[in-house]
Design a protein. Structure first.
Ligand SMILES: [Ca+2]
Ligand SMILES: [Ca+2]
Length: 505
């Protein structure tokens, strides 16, 4: 019976792999071209962990050891909390000696800063790197590390990045340059503060190491995209899997939700039957242990609820909830601020418009007056040119302003549309962007207001010297056209803005 279920599972995995291996998704299995070439894939529970019963009542993780500041809980392992200078790691208790394998790691790296530090690493090394300076694990490792480097140490603006770094036990990791000269493969991906967990699929098949990433923007677990591939990658025949993380002056929560290991077998090769690998006594022992653990857990849960009827969840979760509450409050405050700023902008634009009207009427009067008193042949060309240039600039600035406004409103719209689905961090980020955008708009409006507040002094139309002059028809026409365009543009913008305001507030 067990064998037939196993066969069904292998068949299901094959179907999934066939789907994954289509050419548009990249070459998952290093040269596999079709379903017949896809490797067999078998889940290895002894080198894996996942919720909802990830840790035991004493805080240990079955088949894994954890060190440093790592905090296992029922549904995740917090490798480091978001405090300064933390280090933590988890490692398999036993070595793995599969020729081909695939690891799926699901994690979240989240923090309130725009930047975070230092990052998270997934390891396959000959020894357990229980503690050290490389993302919380030992340096000079023998094997391979896949680094999710959040912090841009060398200031080249190329982080967050994902790197594959191999080491034969002699290399010292170049932290100050983000390992840029040591990486065998790399890709730039922002893996911090995503609405869904990040998934990394690391495949070692036929001596090629491939890293595929699901970037956490979608609930679709199979939505992987290619990150990097290293051919002819030599790693130890036998080693430990590990995940480590560290924080520095900046800090993120580094939470791993699951680590799933699959043994890959090339088509045509015999899979060792699971019974041969797990002796019956051991299997029974684990089964018994599991049942005992389950019963004990239920008892403790009941006892805890009786003792603390008003306490829900663990203190860590309470902290989480308060952070979420704060974020929601920030979103609402942000929205109110945007509303106020838009109102203020509206007032300032109305002022500019009044100013313009006054300006135009003064100029028109002046021209009419001078047209009547002018002698033919002379043109107040300098002043008129100044006026026309300044009008054109005003028009251009107003157009820019209108565009900025449309952008802002579009952003507000998109935030409101995705607000609920996308999660709080993403929303806060959007609002920050909008806030910055509005500041730019505000500055340019102030600039405009300043320009128009004292423009009469600068251009000094009414105080023109009483020299005899006349206005050519061409100049007058240009002036009239410019003014018309200006008014038309403003009225269009204003009606658009009002329509948009009605739509969103
Ligand atoms: Ca770094
Ligand atoms: Ca960098």
């Amino acid at each position: 019976m067990a064998v037939s279920i196993e066969q069904l599972r292998v068949a299901a995995c094959l179907v999934i792999l066939t789907l994954l291996c289509n050419p548009s998704n990249g070459d998952v299995a290093g040269g596999a071209a079709g379903a017949t070439d896809a490797p067999h894939r078998r889940f290895e529970y002894k080198y894996s962990f996942k919720g909802p019963h990830l840790s035991q009542s004493d805080g240990s993780i079955p088949f894994w050891v954890h060190t440093g500041n790592a905090i296992p809980s029922a549904d995740q392992i917090r490798i480091t909390p978001s405090l300064r200078s933390q280090k933590g790691s988890v490692w398999t208790k036993n070595t793995v000696s599969f020729e081909n394998w695939e690891a799926e790691v699901t994690f979240r790296i989240s923090g309130r800063g725009r930047m975070g530090a230092d990052g998270l690493a997934v390891w396959f090394t000959a020894g357990q790197g229980l503690e050290g300076p490389v993302y919380g694990a030992a340096d000079s490792w023998n094997g391979v590390g896949i680094f999710f480097d959040s912090f841009d140490n060398d200031g080249k603006k190329n982080n967050p990045a994902i790197l594959i770094v191999g080491n034969n036990g002699k290399l010292i990791y170049d932290h100050q340059n983000d390992g840029s000269t040591q990486a065998l493969g790399t890709c730039l991906r922002d893996f911090r503060n995503k609405p869904y967990p990040i998934r990394a699929k690391i495949t070692y098949y036929k001596k090629s190491l491939t890293v595929m990433i699901n970037n956490g923007f979608t609930p679709d677990k199979d939505d992987y995209e290619f990150c990097a591939k290293v051919d002819n990658m030599i790693i130890p025949h036998e080693g430990y899997f590990g995940i480590s993380a560290a924080t520095g002056g900046l800090a993120d929560d580094h939470d791993v939700l699951s680590f799933l290991l699959f043994r890959l077998t090339e088509p045509g090769q015999q899979l060792p039957p699971p019974e041969a690998e797990i002796p019956k006594e051991e299997k029974d022992k684990y089964q018994e242990e599991f049942e005992n653990f389950q019963q004990e857990l239920d008892k403790k849960k009941e006892a805890f609820q009786k003792e603390h009827p008003d306490v829900q969840g663990e203190p860590v979760e309470e902290l989480y909830e308060s952070v979420n509450d704060r974020e929601i409050r920030q979103v609402f405050e942000g929205q109110n601020r945007i509303h106020l700023e838009i109102k203020q902008l509206n007032r300032q634009l109305a002022m500019i418009l009044d100013e313009q009207r006054r300006y135009v009427s003064v100029v028109t009067d002046e021209i009419a007056r001078r047209g009547a008193a002018a002698e033919p042949g002379q043109v107040p060309s300098q002043h008129l040119d100044t006026i026309i240039t300044s009008q054109q600039e005003v028009l251009k600035n107003l157009n820019d302003l209108r565009n900025s406004f449309s952008d802002t409103l579009r952003q507000v719209a998109s935030v409101q549309h995705q607000g609920n689905a996308a999660g709080a961090y993403e929303t806060v980020q959007h609002f920050n962007d909008i806030k910055e955008h509005l500041h730019v708009v505000k500055r340019s409006v102030e600039h405009l207001a300043q320009r128009n507040g004292g423009p009469s002094e600068k251009v000094k139309c009414p105080e023109l010297p009483p020299m005899p002059s006349c206005l050519s028809t061409t100049h007058f026409l240009i002036f009239v056209v410019v003014q018309s365009v200006l008014f038309f543009g403003y009225i269009m913008y204003r009606s658009q803005q009002e329509a948009a305001a009605k739509k969103f507030f």
